[in-house]
Design a protein around this ligand. Structure first.
Ligand SMILES: Nc1ncnc2c1ncn2[C@@H]1O[C@H](COP(=O)(O)OP(=O)(O)OP(=O)(O)O)[C@@H](O)[C@H]1O
Ligand SMILES: [Mg+2]
Length: 376
C-alpha cells in the first residue's frame, strides 16, 4: 500500500519577509534576533528567504540544532563545517574566495583550509577564529557580494565556556561585523525565550540589536492555509479552535487528516501535554525543584505554579507583571509557556498547551473537592 502524504508548500509570511528583505537592502548596523514560540516557522521562513534571494547575497547558514555542543571545539567544528568532505570544501573555498562565486548562494560553514582549521582548533582562542571569518567576509565584500551570517538555535552555545562565556565573544564579533564595520548582515535565531530574555536584558547589547518576532499564524492566515488544502469553513474553525495558528500543527493536520478526525488528532496532542503537566504537579508533591536565576536557586512551589496556570483560565495571554518568578521560569523552561520580553507578554507555547493547562486545572479543582468531601 502506498500512502500519498500531501506536499505542503511554504505559505504566506509576506509581512515578515518584507521586513527582512528591507533589512537586507540597507547597510548592516545592528544584530538581528529572530524569535518566537516553538515550531512557529522561524527556520522555514529563513530557508525560504535564502532560496529566493538574488545572487548578490552569499549566505552562511549555520544550524546548531544538529549536534551536541558542549565545548568551544564542538562549536568551531560546526562553524567551519569540519566534517564536510575535504575535496568539496576546497572546491567551495576556491569558488568563493579567489573570484567566481556564481552558483554558490548558501554555505553551511565558513570555508577555510584544513591547515588553518587545525590551528584554530588547537588554539582555543575565539578571537583568532573570528578573525579568520572576518577575512572570508571581507573577501566576499571585495567581490561586490553581500554577506549574510545566520546562526540558528543560537541558545545552544549559551553555556559554553572558553575563558569566560563563549556567547559574549560571539556577540562582540557580531557587533563588530554590524555596528562597527557594517560588513555583514547577522541574524541569530532562537526559540528559547529565556535566552532571548537574557539577551534583551543585557545592557551591553542594548541599542545594538533588533528583535523580529515570527509568531504562529493569526486566525485569518491559519484558515486560509487550511482552505488551500480543501478544509471547509466549518473544519477550518474546528481546527483553529484546537490548534490555533501553529504552522507545525496545521501542516501535520493537513497531511494526516485532510479535514476528518480533527478532534481525535487534537485530543492526542492534548493528552500528551496533560500527562506532562500532571507529572510536573505530581513530582512537586515529592521532590524539591529549584530554578536558577542570577546565580541563585529559587524553589518552585506547587501552589504557586497552579496559581500561574490559573492566570490562563480566561485568557490566552497575560502581561508579564508580578508573576511569581520561579514558577514562571519553570513553566517556560519546560516549554509550556513562551515569554516575549519585547512585548512583555507570556502565553502558552501553543493552543494545545492552553487547552491542556485548563483541563488539568479542572482535574486539580475536582480532586480538591473530592478530598474535601472525603474529609467530612
Ligand atoms: N510558512 C509556512 N508554510 C507552511 N508550513 C510551515 C510554514 N512555517 C512552518 N511550517 C511548518 O511547520 C514546521 C515547523 O517549522 P520550523 O521548524 O520552521 O519552526 P521553528 O520555529 O524553526 O521551530 P523551532 O522552534 O523548533 O526552531 C515546518 O516543518 C513546516 O512543516
Ligand atoms: Mg527552528
Amino acid at each position: 500500500m502506498t500512502i500519498n502524504l500531501r506536499k505542503i508548500e511554504f505559505f504566506n509570511r509576506e509581512q515578515e519577509k518584507e521586513e527582512i528583505i528591507n533589512i537586507l537592502k540597507t547597510e548592516p548596523r545592528v544584530v538581528n534576533f529572530i524569535y518566537g514560540p516553538i515550531n512557529s516557522g522561524k527556520s522555514t521562513l529563513i530557508e525560504n528567504l535564502i532560496e529566493n534571494l538574488p545572487r548578490d547575497y552569499i549566505v552562511f547558514y549555520i544550524n546548531l540544532r544538529e549536534r551536541m555542543i558542549s565545548s568551544y571545539n564542538d562549536f568551531i567544528e560546526i562553524l567551519f563545517e569540519y566534517e564536510f568532505e575535504e575535496e568539496k570544501k576546497i572546491k567551495k573555498a576556491k569558488e568563493l574566495i579567489p573570484g567566481v562565486i556564481e552558483g554558490v548562494k548558501m554555505l553551511s560553514g565558513i570555508p577555510i583550509s584544513t591547515k588553518v582549521f587545525e590551528k584554530i582548533f588547537a588554539e582555543e582562542k575565539p578571537k583568532n577564529a573570528f578573525r579568520c571569518i572576518m577575512k572570508v567576509i571581507e573577501e566576499i565584500k571585495r567581490k561586490n557580494k553581500i554577506p549574510v551570517l545566520i546562526i540558528d538555535e543560537m541558545q545552544k552555545i549559551g553555556d559554553v565556556k572558553v575563558n569566560g562565556l563563549l556567547i559574549y565573544e560571539v556577540f562582540n564579533f557580531f557587533i563588530r561585523l554590524t555596528k562597527e564595520k557594517h560588513l555583514c548582515h547577522v541574524f541569530a535565531i532562537s526559540s528559547d525565550s529565556l535566552f532571548i530574555e537574557t539577551v534583551y536584558a543585557d545592557a551591553k547589547l542594548s541599542g545594538r540589536c533588533r528583535y523580529l518576532l515570527v509568531d504562529d499564524f493569526d486566525k485569518e492566515t491559519a484558515k486560509k492555509f487550511l482552505g488551500k488544502y480543501g478544509f471547509s469553513v466549518k473544519e477550518q474553525n474546528i481546527a483553529y479552535n484546537y490548534f490555533g495558528g501553529k504552522p507545525l500543527d496545521l501542516s501535520n493536520l493537513v497531511s494526516l487528516s485532510g479535514g476528518s478526525n480533527i478532534k481525535k488528532i487534537a485530543d492526542d496532542g492534548i493528552s500528551e501535554r496533560m500527562y506532562h503537566l500532571r507529572d510536573m504537579l505530581d513530582k512537586l508533591l515529592y521532590v524539591k525543584i529549584n530554578i536558577s536565576s542570577d546565580g541563585e536557586n529559587i524553589p518552585v512551589k506547587r501552589e504557586k505554579l497552579i496559581e500561574v496556570m490559573r492566570m490562563f483560565e480566561d485568557t490566552g495571554e497575560i502581561k508579564d507583571i508580578n508573576i511569581s518568578r520561579a514558577e514562571k521560569r519553570y513553566l517556560i523552561n519546560e516549554n509550556i509557556l513562551f515569554i516575549d520580553p519585547i512585548r512583555n507578554i507570556i502565553k502558552p507555547q501553543s493552543k494545545l498547551d492552553l487547552v491542556a493547562i485548563r483541563d488539568v486545572l479542572d482535574e486539580v479543582e475536582k480532586s480538591g473537592k473530592t478530598r474535601r468531601l472525603n474529609k467530612r
